[in-house]
Design a protein around this ligand. Structure first.
Ligand SMILES: *Cc1c(COP(=O)(O)O)cnc(C)c1O
Length: 408
């Protein structure tokens, strides 16, 4: 029997146990506020894990979705459609890309990028040029190929045999990349900021070296901007902030503002390897998704949004420093734009979850990035008042964790 307002216990009865959701069930959202089943209000600095780029239920996105719902929902790629063409055109106008491939998630965008790299190398050189270089601590999605390229052992455990020819090197280490890359390398995949891996920004010299080495060895430089993309970094894509242009870029999360959509952007030179029949997705380019994403891009590229990202980033980072002056719990506050990480001091390592839970009790939603780092990825439209309130809530949460829990 189904209930109209199922509670959290139903999750354990009917959902696969691969997640452990928190106890509250949010039922409504507006901007950077959420309300749960009991009507309790929360400030949302988690943003659906860097997805709700314009907050919850942004009126312009709601209007696009409703309008498209009355026109056309789905065709498949046997036909193209106007929203997909419009979105692809916009992405090409706004970025380095000449060509766009649509899919529904970050993992799928990365899967497409990796398959493209293998196929291009196979076309031009042969099967021996199949090696892929990635970095330790990176995250690229949960398909078998993308967890294998990702640099976190725990995600491949128990799923072998895995695709081969993949090497992991330390992040931000130019010498390690120089030593690993060769003419057998078909691609180097990098996040400009490692998101899940602890909010670690790349150094500019590192990305520049990656560009130079990929050119030297005829390998594709792939930037995974699934988390950093669509205005979060302060630039439309983080590669623009760094001034280093990839051959292929993957984008998802913020692109749909909460509606599932992913895309792989590529130069003509790279994209031409994906000839008819080489790859595809039933839902890729779905009109509902593309219509919403087009409007996300329109809003995110407005000057006032960029200005807000800059101002709110400064406010949030200063606030975290202030909390730290009082409580000494962070050894580093870092990130790029509104992707902010606060690494706990050593004695609190392993306990990031405690802070997340305490924050929730104070009415604040944040994220963690691994066991040692608190992560915030709010709406790009988050207001000064929301950040101010969030910082008060976070300070109370930090004080509470400290008073209740003896550090290890
Ligand atoms: C979230 C994320 C992915 C995976 O995206 P999904 O939509 O969950 O498949 C890939 N790469 C990065 C950098 C991410 O942050």
């Amino acid at each position: 029997m189904t209930q109209q307002h199922p509670d959290r216990s139903v999750f354990d009865q009917v959902m696969t146990p691969n997640y452990a959701p928190l106890d509250v069930i949010p039922v409504r959202g507006r901007g950077s506020r959420l309300w749960d089943q009991e009507g309790r209000e929360y400030v949302d600095l988690a943003g659906g894990i860097a997805v709700n780029s314009l907050g919850h239920c942004h009126p312009e996105l709601v209007a696009e979705l409703k309008a498209q719902a009355d026109e056309l929902w789905h065709l498949s790629n046997v036909y193209t459609n106007e929203p997909a063409l419009n979105l692809a055109q916009k992405l090409c106008d706004l970025t380095f890309a000449d060509k766009v491939y649509f899919c529904n998630s970050g993992a799928e965008a990365n899967e497409a990028a990796l398959k493209l790299a293998r196929r291009k190398a196979w076309n031009e050189v042969g099967e021996e040029k199949h090696e892929i270089i990635s970095t330790r601590g990176s995250f690229h999605g949960r398909t078998l190929f993308t967890v294998t390229v990702g640099g976190q052992e725990k995600y491949t455990e128990g799923f072998r045999p895995a695709p081969g020819g993949i090497t992991h090197i330390p992040y931000n280490d130019i010498a390690a990349l120089e030593a690993a890359i060769s003419d057998k390398t078909c691609a180097v995949m990098l996040e400009p900021v490692q998101g899940e891996g602890g909010v670690r920004p790349a150094e500019k010299a590192y990305l520049e070296a990656a560009r130079r080495l990929c050119d030297k060895h005829n390998a594709l430089l792939i930037f995974d901007e699934v988390q950093t993309g669509v205005g979060r970094s302060g630039a439309l894509y983080a590669y623009m902030h760094y001034g280093v242009t990839p051959d292929v870029l993957t984008t998802a999360k913020s692109l749909g503002g909460g509606f599932p959509v992913g895309a792989m952007l590529a130069t003509d030179e790279a994209a031409k390897a994906l000839v008819v029949g080489t790859h595809g997705s039933t839902y890729g380019g779905n009109p509902l998704a593309c219509r919403v994403a087009s409007r996300v891009l329109d809003v995110v590229t407005r000057d006032e949004v960029k200005a807000n990202v800059e101002a709110r980033t400064a406010q949030l980072r200063e606030g975290l420093q202030r909390i730290n002056e009082e409580h000494r719990v962070f050894q580093d506050v870092r990130g790029l734009g509104l992707l902010v990480g606060a690494e706990l001091v050593d004695e609190w390592h392993g306990k990031a979850k405690l802070f997340l839970q305490a924050a929730l009790r104070e009415g604040l939603m944040i994220l963690v990035a691994g066991p040692n780092v608190l992560r915030m990825a709010p709406s790009l439209l988050v207001t000064e008042a929301d950040i101010a309130l969030a910082l008060e809530q976070l300070e109370r949460a930090v004080a509470q964790v400290k008073s209740e829990t003896a550090a290890a």
